[in-house]
Design a protein. Structure first.
Length: 188
């Protein structure tokens, strides 16, 4: 009689949840640092935003949909805590529109991204172009929710140019992210 050897797998999902939370806080932290591109002032956070969708999709693909939902919830709550703590530490008043705009943009776009991504995983072979379009669509949703919270900025000159340049730069970054995503094997 042969003995079956049980292989114990280490669940390192918490590392990716921590990474997603850290990246979300980093995005908020570098938002105030700007650079000029085609006459528009853009924040450095645009280079990091595709990464949050990649990480939540990675958690979903590698571990489970429920773990990805938990990761988004945990990172969202800690994100709000970080904003409140920093505003208090810097002696500033908490601006509710900033908090709501950032939080709602993050959470809604993450859930839209995850719903589409799970559909692609379960009903297709997750072709590169559909995964890429999902990333780009999630970024568009993020900026549209964010814009709705800051509607008074829409009237300013150059806003729409800045909006489309930001989406364009993030779309280029998403090309690389979608290639990496395609090579990740599903399951632990």
């Amino acid at each position: 009689m042969k003995k079956k050897q049980l292989v114990e797998e280490y669940n390192d999902c918490w590392i990716y949840v921590l990474l997603l939370t850290t990246l979300t806080i980093l995005i908020q932290s570098v938002k105030s640092y700007k650079f000029m591109f085609m006459g528009c002032e853009l924040g450095y956070n645009i280079f990091l935003i595709p990464g949050i969708y990649f990480l939540s999709n990675y958690i979903c693909k590698k571990y489970d949909y429920k773990k990805a939902i938990a990761a988004i919830a945990i990172s969202g709550v800690i994100f709000v805590g970080f904003i409140v703590t920093m505003e208090f530490a810097l002696g500033k008043g908490l601006v509710l529109s900033t908090l709501v705009g950032d939080f709602c943009g993050y959470v809604v776009s993450q859930f839209v991204n995850l719903m589409i991504y799970v559909f692609l995983l379960n009903n297709t072979r997750s072709p590169y172009i559909l995964v890429l379009l999902n990333y780009i669509f999630s970024i568009i949703v993020y900026y549209m929710i964010y814009t709705l919270m800051y509607l008074n900025l829409v009237i300013q000159d150059g806003y729409w140019l800045k909006y489309f340049i930001t989406i364009g730069i993030d779309a280029v970054i998403c090309l690389v992210v979608a290639l990496i995503d395609k090579r990740i094997k599903r399951g632990i």
